[in-house]
Write a protein that binds this ligand. Sequence first.
Ligand SMILES: [Cu+2]
Length: 152
Amino acid sequence: MHSNKEAHAIKAADIVRDPSDLPAPIGERAPAVVKVTLTSPPEGPVGGVVTMGSMTFSPANITINAGEQVVWKNTSTYYHNVVDDPGRALSRVDVSMPSGASAFGSALLQPGATFYHTFGKPGTYRYVCTVHETGGMKATVIVKPGPMLASK
Ligand SMILES: [Cu+2]
């Protein structure tokens, strides 16, 4: 084992090099063009955005087309969630969905967090934030049979 006295301390000056002192590149190199395609979040076009305030979803009623997704953004300083699941809502009557649709829900969303859900089946979806359900934090997504379905 080396003693601390003998160990060579690496200083910044040891690894700094003059850029013009670098070896020649290996092979032919030229600036590369890298194409990046920015897409909307997965699962389909965004039909609407709902912000979560201190105790509200805004807008409380939103209408989209089937196949589109809703984006929820927690713009408040509170934790919220988005729940359309009778098994998770405090009161089953606060949530609903068309028959054949699957229940959905987010985890607890911290301030600044975002949640997405794509709606396949037309109908009315009533959902809540279970944290503030008793405080009236409830809202509705109405899904119309959209052009995406009509064209199929
Ligand atoms: Cu909430």
